[in-house]
Design a protein around this ligand. Structure first.
Ligand code: AMP
Length: 443
């Protein structure tokens, strides 16, 4: 579907063109006309589907067409500072030919500059829930002119314990408004909130936009837990390793690994929940512009990060929740480029590995690096269940699982059968709850 057919004004089409988008993604094709029409929307969509442009483009159009006011006329609430910053950046990019003022407010930085920007007047406010409530409580922010509300990554906000804050924010909004809900999954609490709030909404459900599985080369390196740091150092010395995103299970392990890699002369940064906002912003900017070649992250800190040109994703630790594997590796092979997903798996992680292979629908080839290695598969139930046909082949090429089926139809994406994500790490208030709750896809 062409953007020009969606009812967007020329200024926005020029910006979209400049961003290099040729066709609208499925969620954009469906959401843009509905939002322009003033309808409420429930979209079950993850990062990578093009969801940000799906709500920003029509919102910018409506803002540009309406009468300006000092308080914001559109509000986007997002769970993390990174996501809020990225949405604002995208709004500026898409709105470059329009007179629409947008700003982001989030915690971890001073209140005053934000207060000044709120008082100066703006059209689109992007905010994290806690900091927005702070400003509301102090009378800096006024939300009675908000005509369109977006809740982005609603399930993540629930996981992070933000639901009470969201309810309080909703109380400050005019009853007569447009509501746009974006959530990768539909936990009961979110569904209930939406049911109470949305008026005859348009419902859209999409799987992530093509990060073609066939473009991600996956490999498992068996290694003893104690040998992981040495193995990673060795792998990073390989010439083909470009910008690399490394995932660890905990903040402590991210810090330890960063120290170790720094000693070996690499340009490294770690991002996780204990890092200050300015440290995170610096790390991301450095990674984007090439000053940092290895970014170490925990799952939650990495959410919302969208960096192009990541050549390798390394799972230093395998995730406990198999869906996180799919989310992690989707950070490479963006925008049609190829990418590599490298997993360092210790015998203690056989259960996680088996769960991942079940989810992606095929086995991931093992490659033992000289001097390392560990007896992995003897203990791996998933491996034993692999059929001889699929054994040892690359997930992108072999296997009869969903990834393979998708690839053979030319619609390869991170497997369509992958259920919406849940996340677990050492961060986030609601993590045990998130683990326990059975998640259900949107209706
Ligand atoms: P999102 O799902 O909003 O996080 O977007 C993921 C990535 O897709 C971002 O890097 C966007 O710049 C990019 N993107 C969004 N829409 C399109 C499109 N229609 N064509 C190509 N890339 C897009």
């Amino acid at each position: 579907m062409k953007f020009a057919d969606l009812g967007l004004r020329p200024e926005l089409l020029r910006a979209v063109d400049r961003a290099g988008y040729e066709t609208a993604t499925p969620i954009q094709a469906r959401a843009i006309p509905a939002v322009l029409d003033g309808r409420d929307l429930i979209a079950c969509a993850q990062t990578g589907t093009g969801k940000t442009a799906a709500f920003l483009l029509p919102i910018l159009q409506r803002l540009a067409a309406g009468r300006p006011s000092r308080p914001p006329r559109a509000l986007v609430v997002a769970p993390t500072r990174e996501l809020a910053a990225q949405i604002t950046e995208a709004a500026r990019e898409y709105g470059r030919h329009l007179r629409v003022r947008s700003t982001a407010i989030f915690g971890g930085v001073g209140m005053e500059p934000q207060e000044r920007r709120l008082r100066a007047g703006l059209d689109l406010l992007v905010a994290t829930p806690g900091r927005l409530l702070d400003h509301l409580g102090r009378g800096h922010a006024q939300l009675d002119r908000v005509a369109t509300l977006v809740l982005d990554e609603a399930d993540r906000m629930l996981d992070m314990g933000f639901l009470p804050a969201i309810r309080r924010i909703l109380e400050n909004l005019p009853a007569d408004r447009q509501n746009l809900f974006f959530s990768a999954t539909m936990p009961e609490e979110i569904e209930a909130l939406i049911r109470r709030t949305a008026k005859t909404p348009t419902v859209i459900e999409v799987t992530p936009r093509a990060t073609p599985v066939s473009a991600i080369r996956q490999v498992v390196h068996p290694v003893a837990m104690t040998g992981k740091k040495d193995l990673l150092t060795k792998l990073l010395d390989r010439a083909e390793m470009g910008p690399t995103l490394v995932f660890t299970r905990t903040k402590a392990r991210a810090n330890q690994l960063a120290r170790r890699l720094e000693k070996s002369g690499r340009q490294v940064a770690a991002i996780h929940g204990d890092k200050s906002q300015s440290a995170r912003t610096r790390a991301l900017a450095g990674f984007r512009d090439g000053r940092i070649d290895t970014l170490i992250a925990t799952d939650i800190a990495a959410r919302g990060i969208d960096v192009e040109g990541i050549s390798h994703v390394v799972n230093f630790d395998l995730p406990h929740v198999p869906e996180d594997y799919v989310h992690r590796i989707g950070r490479t092979a963006r925008a049609g480029s190829s990418g590599h997903a490298v997993s360092l798996a210790a015998p203690e992680e056989c259960v996680q590995l088996a769960a991942i292979e079940r989810l992606v629908g095929s086995s991931i080839p093992r490659e033992t690096v000289a001097g390392f290695g560990a007896a992995l598969d003897a203990a791996s139930p998933g491996r034993r269940r692999q059929s001889p046909r699929t054994k040892g082949r690359n997930a992108s090429r072999g296997g009869n699982g969903p990834a393979r089926r998708a690839a053979s139809t030319g619609k390869a994406s991170i497997p369509g059968s992958v259920q919406p994500f849940s996340s677990r790490s050492d961060e986030g208030a609601g993590r045990s709850r998130a683990r326990e709750r059975r998640r259900r896809p949107a209706r």
